[in-house]
Design a protein around this ligand. Structure first.
Ligand code: AMP
Ligand code: MG
Length: 419
């Protein structure tokens, strides 16, 4: 038997090949309460000015600024309070010279007033208060339309709906919003050695960790994936389950079986179902055998069975695909600069992705491996919040070298109260 020859392509090119064929999904309308983490599929216009009216940003007194001219410590100017309003009501009074309205944060500036004196800037009197400094026209006033004007586009499609977007939608009275559909994802762990959490661990068996990990990676981006039964290494079984998954989902992620072993059937599956393979060898470690294929609008990810390789493959290829299907503006992983905290003397012709831990120090950002880091490692994944990228070549890397780190889990950064 001859071993199939594969042509390794650079990681960047592999990602580009995938993104190029990914089709954007249709749009749908969802309630704003369910819209978190969808991508906006419409530009959002302000339906009125924000603020809607000139209002007080403080608790205090609304005055005519002209009345405060010449005020000083030696020349306190006094005002008579003629009305009292809280947020949600308006004063019916039109201010005359020397008068003031007691006003709370958020209440509309009364007719005739053009400045607000904060409580802290006053001394109370029988009929009102005195001040010791002059106020300018507009001082302490939040002006109508200063943040945005009616009909102005405040958000553009392609943006992820975060809590701030939800606040904007609520501000303008939207109950529903047009979004891009989320892809549906099937997860299939393949391998005759795999057993579930309650099965006995007989000789040669291991527990399936990739299935739950990939399902959770999907959840991290708010995609509910469907996990299929573990699939043993059997060609017809693999063909049947991949075809079924493809008929039910936009994305099919398999783990395992993409290498050149005797029981690695995924290459044959792609062949049998008539899928186009975009690549089956990438210049990266781990996960060089990662394979991505497509058929029609369906994307098929053949991730390596090795847990670390499987994790990298999802971040590099699947996650950007999910983002593009949802028509997000930001589809690629975020990559930052850091300094390496450890030597990697051995050169590698392929780009290495090392599960790493970032530390943000006053001297800069440092990255170090998060543990035992071979492709079959699993614990280091759990302790990582990034992947250190060491480009392939003829030289190794040393402590303090500048490197790039792909961010994977921003919620597990070290945190200190440094305020
Ligand atoms: P494969 O990609 O099928 O050649 O598998 C590579 C390595 O990953 C083998 O040691 C497998 O036993 C292991 N492996 C495959 N699938 C899984 C899985 N779902 N969970 C944990 N390890 C796996
Ligand atoms: Mg296998």
């Amino acid at each position: 038997m001859t071993v199939e020859m594969r042509t390794p392509i650079p990681v960047k090119e592999a990602i580009e090949r995938v993104i190029k064929v990914v089709k954007q999904l249709e749009t749908e309308t969802v309630s704003i309460n369910e819209s978190l983490n969808y991508i906006l599929a419409e530009d959002i216009k302000a339906t009125y000015d924000i603020p809607r009216f000139d209002k007080s940003p403080y608790d205090g007194f609304a005055i005519k600024s002209a009345d405060s001219k010449g005020a000083s410590g030696d020349n306190r100017i006094s005002f008579k309070v003629v009305d009292h309003i809280g947020a949600g009501t308006a004063s019916s009074v039109t201010l005359n010279s020397g008068e003031a309205v007691r006003i709370m944060t958020g209440a509309p500036i009364p007719e005739g007033a053009d400045a607000v004196v904060m409580f802290e800037q006053t001394v109370e009197t029988e009929t009102g208060f005195t001040i010791r400094k002059p106020f300018t026209e507009g001082e302490n006033v939040a002006f109508q339309g200063e943040e945005c004007k009616e009909n102005e586009y405040v958000l553009l499609k392609g943006q992820r709906i975060n809590s701030g977007v939800i606040a904007v939608l609520a501000t303008f009275g939207y109950e529903t919003v047009k979004v891009s559909k989320k892809p549906t994802v099937a997860v299939i762990a393949t391998g005759s050695e795999l057993v579930g959490p309650n099965d006995p661990l007989e000789t040669g068996k291991i527990r399936n960790s990739n299935g739950p990990m990939i399902e959770s990676l999907c959840k991290e981006v708010d995609i509910e994936a469907t996990t299929y039964n573990i699939q043993e290494d059997n060609l017809q079984g693999c063909i049947d389950i991949v075809e079924k998954a493809m008929s039910e989902h936009d994305i099919v992620i398999t783990t395992g079986g993409v290498s050149v072993g005797d029981f690695d059937y995924l290459p044959k599956v792609y062949d049998a179902i008539g899928a186009t393979v975009l690549f089956n060898k990438v210049q990266m470690r781990p996960g060089s055998v990662t394979t991505v294929a497509y058929k029609g609008e369906k994307m098929l990810f053949g991730l390596s069975g090795n847990p670390s390789a499987c994790y990298s493959g999802f971040h590099l290829f699947t996650k950007p695909t999910i983002q593009k299907m949802m028509s997000a503006d930001a589809i690629y992983p975020v990559i930052i600069d850091a300094k390496l905290n450890e030597d990697f003397k051995k050169a590698n012709p392929f780009t290495r992705f090392i599960r790493g831990k970032l530390s943000f120090t006053s001297q800069g950002v440092y990255a170090e491996p998060s543990g035992f880091n071979k492709s079959n490692a699993v614990v280091a994944i759990a302790k990582s919040n990034g992947m250190i990228i060491l480009p392939g070549g003829t030289r190794g890397y040393q402590k303090d070298d500048d490197v790039k780190v792909l961010l994977t889990d921003h919620q597990s950064y070290e945190s200190k109260l440094t305020l």
